[in-house]
Ligand binder design. Structure first.
Ligand code: C2E
Ligand code: MG
Ligand code: MG
Length: 698
């Protein structure tokens, strides 16, 4: 400031000096603002681009300040500027400031930062002294060495201070301090150096020598001010526009990463962070309710009405749930057909249950879409904090356990219970043991007879997996098959059973059929047909002797693929039976879409025969249906003579159940087949000899 005032007193044009000071302040502010975007350590091309922009703006500011202030300087004799040196001073300004800022950026907070500031100070001095060298005038220049030295010390010191503010900010506003010191670096460098100069006009003949450089006047000064001012402004505006576009894109990206695109609901990541925040501030006497929702029968909607139908249903359900949310409640889509809801301030467990029930009621109402009714069921699990956990992982794990229980028990809302943890641990343990059992050969295949009702002859066997546990004895499939199904191990077990059953059957004395159960996951395997054919080839079993039992669950998940696989197997001669008929919810339509070779009526309809008229009606109508469709029907779980008599009267052809025998191991089965074969052979021989005797007798 002092230097500026001194200069004004010493014959400077006040307007131009003020204009120079203004452009100096404005330019310094812009460059500092741009440089603020640079992350120290210079990461990537974006940072280099910011350094380049800030260097360009800073350099132009240094040069314009110097040039305009110089034009405003009246040494009392005519002056001109040598254009090449003047341009060189502009290049030095840009390269010097840019280079200095680059060093500050690269420093990562080390001593290189202040060195970069010194380089910026050097650039200011270079602009000034090279600029002075470009000055042509008819006068003798005298320099005050003390003031020259002061100008150097000030420029370098303030340059280092500027860099220090940039590289080691203490507050968010330190960049403003950096801008101020940068402006001071430029101003002090220039005006102190100007104070160091005295011009003595030359007398004699040299005084009138014409000057060939650029003659400075106010018009030139204004022109330079205008051009450079506009340049700085345009640079800054484009920087701001770029910034706001970048910020907008970042906001959009952030929103997208926290939102589900289909329903517009928050996604799982958003829910987790919300739950985390809630858990960290949960107060005494308050509860946080977490509800996990699983839609039931969503897949068939997708299969029947296509993905558009499925999407429309999900959107409608999401809208419905959102509409009933209170201020402390939220719902997110956590997966395909899964949702999680939160209630921040539940008064007690009843309040939490009421919240879950409200959601359930909204989910099970049908949705009208393009003139059709889409409807799903829903099973909800509920867990509350702090009672059931105080961290996100635990709560989400436990609410899922409750939801699985709701699904298995077909209940609308189930609250988490610590016993579920125990059951889940036991399941995980069993899954591990089962894998080991498969490797150690602890699995066996047993066979249960299937008989013709009229003759009571054996017509085939159903292969049933058994696990001979070293400590627990024989483990029934009702215990381990569901575990194998949830862990995916069923695929390996299924292949093993298939090979074992085919191998046994191929060795039977009589070519009876063997039925093998197929789990839904097996049928969903792309190479399932090859697996079956492989088992037939290795065992040498006739394809027509193998019957695969599938349930409706196999057809629900991916109906088209399952049907394609079954059709391929049928073409190869393998028979396909529908197991547990009557327990699904769309048995009739399933029968219509695929030509099964057999229907197995589930044992739950056979057991009550004689006491339950409804069960009898269902069995009778299934038999009529089978007859009409030309599909033979087998009754499962036949235990008594009375049940068998009923079935016989209703013209059922085949039966399986304890009445004919419990599942037997492979050796016993082979022996039973052998017995029947021997009996048939004996009967045949008797028949032959009777026929021969009859022939001879004639
Ligand atoms: P499923 O395919 O319906 O098999 C019939 C089940 O009913 C067998 O039980 C059989 O022992 C039982 N059962 C047969 N007759 C009677 C009877 O008269 N009374 C009673 N109370 N029960 C009878 P198991 O062997 O315990 O098998 C249960 C289920 O496990 C099977 O039902 C089947 O779904 C599954 N399973 C068994 N082995 C396999 C296998 O190798 N792979 C697959 N994926 N599932 C299997
Ligand atoms: Mg079966
Ligand atoms: Mg069955």
């Amino acid at each position: 400031m002092i230097e500026v005032l001194t200069c004004l007193r010493d014959g400077h044009d006040a307007t131009l000096v003020i204009a120079a000071a203004l452009i100096c302040g404005f330019g310094a502010l812009i460059s500092a603002r741009m440089f603020r975007k640079v992350s120290l350590g210079l990461n990537g091309a974006r940072d280099s681009w910011y350094v380049l922009q800030a260097g360009l703006m800073g350099g132009v500011t240094v040069w314009t300040t110097h040039f305009v202030a110089m034009i405003g300087f009246d040494p009392g004799v005519p002056v001109a500027y040598e254009p090449v040196l003047t341009m060189l001073s502009l290049i030095l300004a840009i390269v010097g400031v840019g280079g200095g800022l680059w060093m500050v950026g690269r420093s990562g907070g080390g001593w290189m930062a202040e060195t970069g500031g010194v380089v910026m100070g050097l650039a200011v001095l270079a602009v000034h002294y090279v600029g002075m060298a470009a000055l042509e005038l008819s006068g003798a220049l005298t320099w005050n060495p003390w003031l020259v030295a002061l100008s150097i010390v000030l420029a370098l010191g303030l340059g280092a201070l500027t860099a220090n503010r940039f590289a080691r900010p203490l507050t968010r506003l330190c960049w403003c301090g950096g801008a101020a010191t940068f402006a001071l670096t430029i101003a002090s460098g220039h005006f102190t150096a100007m104070s160091a100069l005295t011009v003595a006009p030359l007398g004699g003949p040299e005084a009138g020598t014409p000057l060939d450089g650029l003659a400075p006047d106010r018009t030139l000064a204004m022109l330079v001010l205008l051009v450079m001012g506009l340049f700085l402004l345009a640079g800054f505006v484009s920087f701001l526009a770029d910034e706001s576009a970048r910020r907008e894109a970042a906001t959009r990206l952030r929103r997208q990463s926290l939102q589900d695109a289909l329903t517009g609901l928050p996604n799982r990541a958003m829910l987790r962070s919300r739950l985390e925040a809630l858990l960290s501030s949960v107060r005494r006497g308050e509860m946080i309710a977490v509800v996990s929702v699983d839609l039931h029968r969503f897949k068939p909607v997708n299969d029947v009405h296509g993905h558009d139908g499925g999407d429309a249903l999900l959107r409608a359900l999401a809208d419905r749930m959102s509409a009933l949310l209170g201020p402390d409640e939220m719902v997110c889509r956590s997966g395909g057909d899964e949702f999680i809801a939160l209630k921040a301030r539940s008064a007690d467990e009843d309040d939490a249950v009421a919240f879950a029930r409200r959601l359930h009621a909204a989910l099970v109402r049908p949705v009208d879409w393009q003139g059709r009714r889409l409807s799903v069921g829903a099973n909800l699990g509920l867990a509350v904090a702090p009672d059931h956990g105080l961290d996100v992982e635990t709560l989400l794990g436990r609410v899922d356990l409750a939801m699985y229980r709701a699904k298995a028990a077909e209940e609308s809302v189930v609250i988490y219970d610590p016993a579920m943890d125990e059951a889940s641990r036991a399941r995980s343990q069993m899954a591990m043991d089962l894998r080991a059992a498969l490797e150690k050969g602890e699995l066996e295949v047993h066979f249960q007879a299937q008989n013709e009702i009229a003759t009571r002859d054996l017509v085939g066997f159903e292969a049933l997996a058994r696990w001979r546990h070293p400590e627990r004895g024989m483990v029934p499939p009702s215990e381990f098959i569901p575990v194998a199904e949830t862990t995916g191990l069923i695929r390996e077990i299924g292949v093993w059973v298939l090979h074992a059953a085919c191998k046994e059957a191929a060795a039977w004395a009589e070519p009876l059929r063997v039925a093998v159960n197929v789990a839904p996951q097996q049928l969903a395997q792309p190479d399932f047909a090859e697996t079956v054919l492989d088992a037939l080839m290795t065992s040498g079993l006739e394809p027509s002797r193998l019957e695969l039992e599938v349930t409706e669950a196999s057809l629900i998940s991916d109906k088209r693929r399952a049907e394609a696989v079954m059709a391929a197997l049928k073409d190869a001669g393998v028979r396909i039976a529908m197991d547990d008929y009557g327990t699904g919810y769309a048995s009739l339509s399933t029968l219509q879409t695929f030509p099964f070779d057999k229907i197995k009526i589930d044992q739950s309809f056979i057991r009550p025969l004689g006491q339950d008229r409804q069960a009898a009606a269902i069995v009778r109508s299934t038999l009529i249906l089978g007859e009409a469709l030309g599909i033979p029907v087998l009754a499962e779980g036949v235990e008594t003579e009375a049940q068998l008599a009923f079935l016989d009267r209703a013209r059922c052809k085949e039966a399986q159940g304890y009445f004919f025998g419990k599942p037997m191991d492979a050796a016993e089965t082979a022996a039973r087949v052998g017995e029947q074969w021997a009996r048939k052979r004996a009967e045949f021989a008797r028949g032959m000899s009777a026929a021969t005797a009859y022939g001879m007798g004639r």
